[in-house]
Every structure is written in C-alpha cells, then in structure tokens.
Design a protein around this ligand. Structure first.
Ligand code: GLN
Length: 212
C-alpha cells in the first residue's frame, strides 16, 4: 500500500517519515501523475494560501477531488484541514470542499500562536495524543454528517471526520504519533479490498456461500 503526501509546500517530509516508521511507502505528490497507484493521500501543514496557489499551478485540484470522491481516504493536518473545509471563515474560497465544516485560520491569537497539549481522541484509544498546534485553525461549525473526533478542554473542535476524510488542527507527524497514519492506511486497505459485507464490490464466490 502506497500513501501519497502532497509535497508542494510545508511539512510533507515529516509525514513521509511517519509513514516510513510504520512500514508504509509514502509518495511525494507534486504532479497529477504522482497520484497513480496511491491508496490514500495526506495534505500536510504549511501555508494554505501558498498551497492553494501551487495546487492550481500544477493542476492537482481536480485529480485530488476525484481521488477523494472515489472513496480513498484523505487526511489533512492544519493547513490541510483548511484546504478540506467547505468554508474558510476569513473569506478565501474552498479548495477541496470535502468536509462540511467551517474553519477559522490562525484561530488561537498571538499569545497561543503555537502550543502543545494533550488531546483525547477516543477513536485512537485511551492514550491521549500529544497535540502540536502551530498557527492552527479551529473548527467553528460542523455539519450533520461530520463526526467530531477531538475537542480541547474548553470544547473547541480540533479533529473531525466525514466518511473517508479526516482532519486535525494539530500535527501528529511532529509528535511521533503514528495512530492517525495507521488509521489512514487501514482505511486505504479497506477501500482497496472492501471484502464481505461492504456492498461496494461483487464477490460472487463468497456471496454464493452466504445465500439462503
Ligand atoms: N496558519 C496556516 C494557514 O493558515 C496553517 C499553519 C499550519 O499548517 N501549521 O494556512
């Protein structure tokens, strides 16, 4: 299983290293052809305004949307979360409107510009995530189909999932945290070979056994 990491700008190398740490091949994606054969895609942190320009310069917008719409898992961190949102509250147009959320960029103000802290993420198990927040966005609205995966102690939403798309305001790849990357890889494997009961693919031989 290969996982792509958008590599036009920002902290892509850390995601490739995190994938490497769990034995998964990370492919740096700069051109549409780099998306061939990958099972999922990571949108890294960085500067979302620069990233959106480069995404359009290299013609990546439509191919990435197609990949996401095919059901392949997508994971955005920080700037990646911004790119995946339906609405960016300070006025920029959406890039990959795949998550029915509204985000505010640089939402923590000057004093908390960057900070670290424990974040409970129940779908990853009991052990908390060490959240590294760097000029992070915050999710200010979630639509009906969106699961909230994590909140800060004050209730603000910092991780979400809608079907095959996951996003965090923080950076697991800067904290030695591998569980999001493992989850993404598992989702990619399931999407690749959904097996029994998913209804996505026909498995005539298996089905015969199940009939009656
Ligand atoms: N502040 C950046 C932006 O608005 C995101 C920061 C990050 O990805 N660490 O695009």
């Amino acid at each position: 299983m290969k996982i792509g990491v958008l590599a036009v700008q920002g902290a892509f190398a850390e995601h490739v290293a995190t994938l490497d740490a769990i034995g998964v091949e990370g492919v740096e994606v700069r051109l549409p052809s780099d998306l061939e054969g990958i099972g999922g895609l990571i949108l890294p942190g960085g500067e979302s305004t620069a990233q959106r320009r480069l995404i359009d310069r290299w013609g990546l917008r439509e191919p990435i949307l197609d990949l996401a719409r095919s059901g392949a898992p997508i994971f955005g961190t920080c700037a990646g979360m911004i790119l995946l949102s339906h609405e960016i509250l300070d006025g920029d147009e959406p890039v990959f409107p795949l998550l029915d959320v509204s985000v505010r960029r640089n939402a923590f103000g000057r004093q908390l510009d960057s900070f670290e802290g424990s974040v409970a993420v129940p779908i990853l198990g009991d052990q908390v995530v060490h959240g590294v927040f760097i000029r992070a966005p915050i999710v200010e609205r979630v639509g009906e189909g969106v699961d909230v995966l994590a909140r800060l102690d004050d209730g603000r939403i910092v991780a979400v999932r809608e079907r095959n798309v996951i996003a965090t305001a923080f950076h697991p790849e800067l904290a030695g945290e591998t569980r999001f990357h493992r989850l993404l890889t598992t989702m990619a494997a399931e999407h690749d070979d959904p097996g029994e009961g998913s209804g996505r693919r026909h498995h005539p031989t298996r089905r015969t056994g199940l009939a009656r």
